[in-house]
Design a protein. Structure first.
Length: 190
């Protein structure tokens, strides 16, 4: 997560983007960049320091000048690493504790589908909380709608519906016609 934030922060400033664009053509000194960008040299130094910190630019001393060049290979490698499917999926799990991540890795396939339902209640609870993200809008759902939302996650929608009720995440109306998420202190208002 920190690498991703650093990467995008470094590229989030228009002047830094312009510096990257100029360095893509050829290496430049701070003074050259300042002149082209119509900025003061200390301002350019500040921006290049951020780009160096993110690993996108490298600097070297050439006589009395600091000359910067783009690390295009590093930029491309970082982008590939940060923007692959697994890395993006991990962003959603950033707030998830280590135990939950371990359980999800064990019981979900590469596409996020449940491969089996754990026998231990604690592990099944992790899967239920993961599935509960499909029901973050505040409303009531028919059993058919609950099934429709769960189907991309698991073939065993009945176990998850029962699990939501048994674990206290949802309540079912007495007639069994609709399900509603239970709101607990600190949970989302759904």
């Amino acid at each position: 997560m920190e690498t991703l934030i650093s990467f995008f922060k470094a590229l989030s400033d228009p002047n830094r983007l312009r510096i990257v664009g100029l360095l893509a053509h050829r290496p430049h000194s701070v003074e050259e960049l300042a002149m082209v960008l119509d900025l003061k040299a200390p301002t350019v130094s500040h921006h290049t320091k951020k780009l160096v910190g993110a690993g996108l630019v490298q600097g070297q001393v050439d006589g009395h000048y600091h000359v910067y060049s783009l690390r295009l290979d590093q930029m491309q490698a970082t982008a590939r690493q940060l923007l692959n499917k697994a890395s993006i999926q991990e962003l959603a799990e950033e707030g998830t504790d280590a135990y939950d991540r371990k359980v999800l890795a064990a019981f979900l396939d590469d596409e996020g589908r449940v491969v089996s339902i754990p026998m231990k209640r604690k592990k099944f609870d992790v899967l239920l909380r993961h599935a509960l993200r499909l029901f973050d809008d505040a409303q009531e759902w028919t059993e058919r709608e609950v099934n429709r939302r769960l189907k991309p996650l698991t073939q065993d929608v009945a176990s998850f519906r029962r699990g939501f009720i048994d674990h206290g995440y949802m309540v079912r109306d007495p007639a069994g016609a609709s399900y509603r998420r239970v709101v607990t202190p600190g949970s989302s208002p759904s």
